[in-house]
Design a protein around this ligand. Structure first.
Ligand SMILES: CC(C)(COP(=O)(O)OP(=O)(O)OC[C@H]1O[C@@H](n2cnc3c(N)ncnc32)[C@H](O)[C@@H]1OP(=O)(O)O)[C@@H](O)C(=O)NCCC(=O)NCCS
Length: 406
């Protein structure tokens, strides 16, 4: 593009879908538009136009994200594409500028996204903040070390019941796990919609509920991909879409169910928290094949509001110097004094004990990753003592995890 990009909201869901499908390289139908429109905030899109043609797409969801001990308004970046003819000319950079300005105007102290490739968003101050673990186990090796002592029952439910019974379970889990997103009715509608083009040859969603004395305490949402060996031996794949439970017993009961479905050869989960109990339930844990990838990326848009908006399990004080080229209002030296009763984060004249960039602060914010690991990679500077204190302070008792891509 020879002139400055013109950035404005998309005029319709259909126009956005058309340009986005081009950028991601898939064919779209009217059903895609219906699905997109469920959660679309058209006024928050920031698209690039070259004449009449939409050549760049960028959108945002107005989210509420669970952070350690609380939740904060959050701009959820989404729908990012640039048409292949217009790439590497600065269009993504221009859209991110417009998007970050919008998030700041709305006073959302955090911004989050899922990335198609892990090399893109660090430069925009986003850090990999919650990992997504993939787990795989052959059903033949699915025996548990100890029997599940579950007093409740499992019950298959259909999508109508899922619409009623899944949200209250999620509401109970939501505040406990940093990285979760509050789901509106429209988000549930989208989450359970199950369009055929998302099934990749597998079955529609199946739902199993774990109940005790009639009270729902956990659910498993999954698909089955039917497969038969040439010899006639069944070898189906059970893919866990989401497993949520209010306690460990419900979780174990649901895992037991997943590992006991006849004709299934392999159980795969595409996105589990780092501290999921499955490997510890198994009698032969070495047969479990975990691998991880980046999941939720997070950026602090307002450093004091974001840090004062989460909770802390121990007392601590740290002075750090932050680099944030794209959001210069965050730059400078900050003193964080935090403890179980809350935190105070103020500009400081003191000598910084740590030096880090916006990306690294985004990585450690939810309490999952370690200052020490980032320092070991040369990404945070500071004395061993300061790094250890920061690690103790930021740590949270459970791993951050985002159960859905948006
Ligand atoms: C990823 C994509 C949006 C980048 O758009 P673009 O307009 O070419 O990006 P820009 O020209 O603004 O590049 C901005 C910076 O990002 C870098 N960058 C762009 N795409 C990158 C990629 N895929 N991996 C790593 N870096 C990338 C550029 O080198 C540039 O770096 P610099 O300014 O720090 O030197 C575009 O390639 C695309 O549409 N890809 C397919 C769809 C997709 O993956 N979308 C992202 C969904 S999360």
């Amino acid at each position: 593009m020879s002139r400055d990009p013109e950035i404005r909201p998309a005029e319709s869901a259909e126009a956005l879908q058309e340009a986005m499908a081009e950028g991601f390289g898939f064919d779209w139908t009217a059903d895609h538009v219906t699905h997109l429109a469920r959660t679309l905030e058209l006024e928050r899109t920031r698209c690039v136009f070259d004449g009449a043609q939409m050549v760049g797409t960028c959108g945002a969801h107005s989210l509420r994200l669970t952070v350690p001990g609380g939740s904060l308004p959050t701009g959820g970046t989404t729908f990012i594409t640039v048409r292949a003819t217009h790439r590497r000319q600065g269009l993504l950079r221009a859209m991110m500028r417009a998007h970050l300005d919008d998030v700041r105007e709305r006073e959302e102290p955090l911004a989050v996204l899922w990335a198609s490739e892990s090399g893109i968003y660090g430069r925009f101050g986003y850090g990999s903040a919650a990992l997504a673990y993939r787990g795989r186990i052959e059903r033949a090796h699915g025996a548990f070390a100890r029997p599940v002592e579950a007093a409740g029952q499992l019950r298959q439910i259909d999508v109508e019941e899922a619409r009623k019974l899944l949200p209250p379970i999620y509401e109970r889990v939501l505040p406990e796990r940093p990285g979760h997103i509050a789901r509106s009715e429209a988000w549930w509608e989208s989450h359970l919609a199950d369009p055929v083009w998302e099934r990749d040859g597998a079955s529609k969603f199946r739902y199993v509920l774990y109940e005790e004395a009639g009270e729902p305490r956990g659910f498993l949402q999954y698909r089955i991909q039917t497969r038969w060996h040439d010899s006639g031996v069944p070898n189906h794949i059970l893919s866990v879409v989401e497993l949520q439970s209010v306690d460990a017993v419900a979780r174990a009961a649901l895992w037991r169910y997943a590992l006991d479905v006849d004709l299934v050869g392999t159980v795969i989960a595409w996105n589990l928290p780092a501290d999921d109990s499955l490997p510890w339930l198994l009698a032969d844990a070495r047969r479990y094949r975990p691998s991880w990838r980046d999941g939720l990326w997070l950026r602090l848009m307002d450093v004091p509001v974001a840090l004062e908006g989460r909770r802390w399990e121990t007392e601590g004080r740290i002075v750090f110097a932050l680099r944030d080229e794209l959001c210069p209002w965050n730059e400078g030296t900050w003193e964080l004094e935090a403890g179980p009763d809350g935190a105070r984060c103020c500009p400081s004249q003191a000598e910084p004990e740590l030096r880090l960039g916006a990306e690294e602060l985004g990585t450690v914010y939810l309490g999952g990753d370690r200052f020490a690991a980032l320092a070991g990679a040369g990404r945070i500077e500071g004395s061993t003592d300061a790094i250890r204190r920061a690690d103790r302070l930021f740590r949270w008792h459970c791993a951050p995890w985002c159960p859905e891509v948006f």
